[in-house]
Design a protein around this ligand. Structure first.
Ligand code: 13P
Ligand code: SF4
Length: 338
């Protein structure tokens, strides 16, 4: 399907039809998206939802996407593990990945026959950028026989050199299940240190960090606790160890949501990316969210206009060399087996 510029301009107006088509969505997100902003988002939301159906496309969105994407156009939302699983189960012809490049690449690794699109190819990740396949080969030479457990926040080339992939929600189970005295955990230094603290296994670390989570400090968390007595502090394991030690709960992005669902605290602060609090606040209107705002610049490259462009022009296709894909698939498949 191709849409002329004139038609596009017309269809991106905030018409009565668009109001009707998006009304239920807006009612849901009205506490986190100001009323003045909705007429800008709504025409994109309506058009993207129409195009998805026409193209038999599915839209997967990470928990860090903005609410107009998360609640407006996503078919499935979740953490890296949940989205990888969803990508492996879908019957859709096209997967549009609203997240960062390594996530879309993981979807392609699992679905070589499908078209996997990312609305902006520049949506990277500081962890994925911190290590290459050559680095992993050198580490394996230095520590022969020690299993390499690689965070999904890596390129296909790095996954291809690894024994098993992990996410923050399954890393501890995987390391325990391996049954070895030592493991190499790549590339997140803080996630590796967290695993070392939670298991009896010696962890060989890499120096990668998440540029969003490394900015949080323990002093900042203590300030939250002093300013709001009784507040629950929940943090992502990509934060530095001294930050995690101040938290009441540590978990993946979906682990944090589950924790809130089960414990329903009165007040909470989520020590993670900014949009996560907006999305979760919609789900739990009775919980008060204190919102420090550390944005992931890579996640924020994905916007509604770029998603529309992605669906209209089938951009930007994520490709993985077949020989690398097959080896990377082995590491991702082993993660699912665990
Ligand atoms: P999750 O697997 O917890 O969603 O984390 C992915 C990520 O990039 C967090 O920064
Ligand atoms: Fe990567 Fe950090 Fe952004 Fe997650 S939040 S995608 S780990 S840079």
């Amino acid at each position: 399907m191709s849409i002329s510029v004139t038609n596009m301009t017309q269809s991106l107006a905030y018409t009565p039809q668009v109001v009707t088509a998006t009304q239920a969505i807006y009612e849901r997100v009205q506490h986190v998206i100001p009323e003045v902003e909705w007429p800008v988002h709504a025409p994109y939301v309506a058009m993207i939802n129409e195009l998805k159906a026409e193209r038999n496309a599915i839209l997967l969105a990470h928990n860090y996407q903005t609410p107009e994407i998360y609640y407006g156009v996503a078919d499935y939302t979740g953490d890296s593990l949940a989205l990888a699983k969803k990508a492996s189960e879908t019957d859709a012809d096209i997967i549009v990945f609203c997240g960062v490049h390594f996530m879309a690449e993981t979807a392609k690794i699992l679905n070589p026959e499908k078209q996997v699109l990312i609305p902006d190819l520049r949506a990277g990740c500081s962890l994925a950028a911190s290590i290459t396949g050559e680095d992993v080969r050198l580490l394996k030479e230095r520590y022969p026989g020690v299993p390499v457990v690689t965070y999904v926040n890596t390129s296909a080339e790095v996954k291809a050199e690894s024994d098993v992939c992990c996410t923050s929600s399954n890393v501890i189970n995987i390391v325990n299940a391996l049954g070895t005295d030592r493991v190499i955990i790549l590339p997140d230094n803080y996630l590796g240190k967290y695993v070392a603290q939670k298991t009896d296994v010696e962890v060989i670390l890499w120096e990668g960090t998440c540029e969003v989570h490394e900015r949080f400090t323990a002093a900042e968390l203590r300030e939250f606790r002093n300013a709001t007595p009784g507040i629950q502090i929940i943090a992502h394991p990509e934060c530095p160890p001294e930050v995690l030690n101040e938290a009441d709960f540590v978990g993946s992005t979906s682990g944090m949501i589950r924790h809130l669902d089960q414990t329903r605290p009165e007040r909470v602060v989520m020590i993670t990316e900014c949009s996560m609090s907006d999305n979760t606040a919609v789900q739990f209107p009775d919980i008060e969210f204190i919102r420090p705002c550390n944005l992931c610049p890579h996640m924020k490259r994905i916007t509604l206009p770029k998603i529309l462009n992605s669906l209209q022009n089938l951009k930007y296709e994520v490709e993985v060399d077949e020989a690398i894909r097959v080896r990377a698939f082995g590491a991702v498949k082993r993660m699912f087996e665990f």
